[in-house]
Design a protein around this ligand. Structure first.
Ligand SMILES: [Zn+2]
Length: 381
């Protein structure tokens, strides 16, 4: 028996309609105009469903960002929900359609479904007249799919004021497991400058940037460690101009994934400070560990246990899992704020044409988040 779940189940169609409206307002990360329109739609939903304080953070290059606040407790710690409006889909590429229990469309799973759930979870808290001790803040960014450069500061600032962070990003398919761990991510670029020369006439006067890069790649790969959960991928290389010219330039893009925060510093140092192999070449590396991992700490396990207990009362088993990808949850976990991720709807196909969510399950996921909001906002100081 759960009042929260009953309320949300009774609103199943309304929840679906919110998701349809948010999905129809397509919002590719790089199209500010469209993302802003979607933001207006979200603002309208928040105002109609909940009402409360709205701060718009104007942005020049990406869509405007929003801070929605429910509750008016002064100087209290807050509960933070973080979502993103932007999707990886260009306008008009993926149709929105309903088939059986599933809704398909651009961003339904990643993560307009999560935003929908968040709105309805807060709505349930409000309608059931739960009196909490702290404000619930829904922070909505617009550049998560392109690295969160325009929102990182805001996320960290709001996280500092929060006692717990919920991330309704896509769950793990097919069972809707929540994410209790995410890998950290680093991005680096390497530029090698050599000395061009004719491959036949004065081969020994040149210094091959490609040859140097080849050494670097083999060397960098040695930093990978499967047992420790460290992986290095050199996913892009360019270099040289012609087969009969010793290459003057070569370039590589490096992606680093880690599972523990303490791995970051050492790896970053090793990548930025390269040994050198071919005389006459110069190696320049730029980049950093952009996001720390979301580690499965005691705090995270505690949050998962709470969720599991709620799910049991709602009649199902909630599983947990790890993701190799990063989200904004990595940022908040990285500064030590208890964070749990993957609270979004049951569904699948993030970033794929098969992207979908289960309609009948939406009230369950909204109820899961709502019960957590109630639990954490009512804790006596
Ligand atoms: Zn996402």
């Amino acid at each position: 028996m759960s009042q929260v779940l009953d309320y949300l189940k009774a609103n199943k169609t309304n929840i679906k309609d919110t998701l349809i409206r948010l999905t129809k307002a397509e919002s590719p990360s790089l199209n500010k105009q469209l993302v802003d329109l979607c933001g207006k739609e979200l603002k309208r939903e928040f105002t109609q469903l909940i009402g409360g304080d709205i701060t718009i953070i104007e942005k020049e290059t990406v869509g405007n960002q929003y801070k929605f606040t429910y509750g008016n407790h002064e100087n209290s710690e807050q509960i933070l929900i973080i979502g993103h409006l932007d999707t990886v889909w260009d306008e008009g590429v993926l149709p929105l359609k309903e088939e059986g229990d599933f809704l398909y469309g651009p961003g339904v799973f990643d993560m307009k479904g999560g935003l929908t759930i968040s709105l309805w979870a807060i709505k349930a808290v409000k309608e059931l007249n739960v009196k909490g001790n702290c404000n619930i803040v829904l922070l909505v960014t617009t550049d998560e799919e392109i690295g969160s450069n325009e929102s990182k500061g805001l996320i960290l600032e709001e996280a500092q004021k929060s006692k717990v962070v919920f991330i309704p990003e896509s769950s793990i398919e097919p069972n809707g497991a929540v994410k209790t761990a995410r890998k950290g991510v680093g991005k680096f670029t390497m530029k090698v400058e050599g000395i061009a020369a004719h491959a036949g006439i004065n081969a020994w006067d040149g210094a091959s940037a490609i040859e140097e890069l080849a050494h670097q790649i083999i060397d960098l790969k040695k930093l990978s460690n499967q047992e420790e959960g460290i992986s290095i991928n050199i996913g892009v290389i360019h270099g040289g101009t012609r087969s009969n010219v010793i290459a003057k330039e070569a370039y590589a893009e490096i992606d680093v994934r880690i599972t523990k925060k303490e791995q970051a510093e050492k790896l970053q140092h090793a990548i930025l400070n390269r040994p050198h192999y071919i005389t006459g070449t110069k190696v320049e590396v730029a980049g950093s560990m952009e996001r720390f991992p979301l580690e499965r700490t005691e705090q995270v396990i505690q949050l998962y246990e709470e969720l599991r207990e709620i799910a049991r009362v709602h009649g199902y088993e909630l599983e947990e899992g790890a993701s190799g990808g990063a989200s904004d949850g990595n940022l908040t976990a990285g500064i030590g704020i208890p964070t749990i991720d993957g609270l979004g709807p049951l569904g699948g196909g993030a970033h794929q044409e098969s992207e979908h969510v289960s309609i009948s399950n939406l009230p369950y996921r909204a109820a899961l988040l709502a019960e957590m909001l109630i639990k954490h906002s009512c804790v006596k100081e």
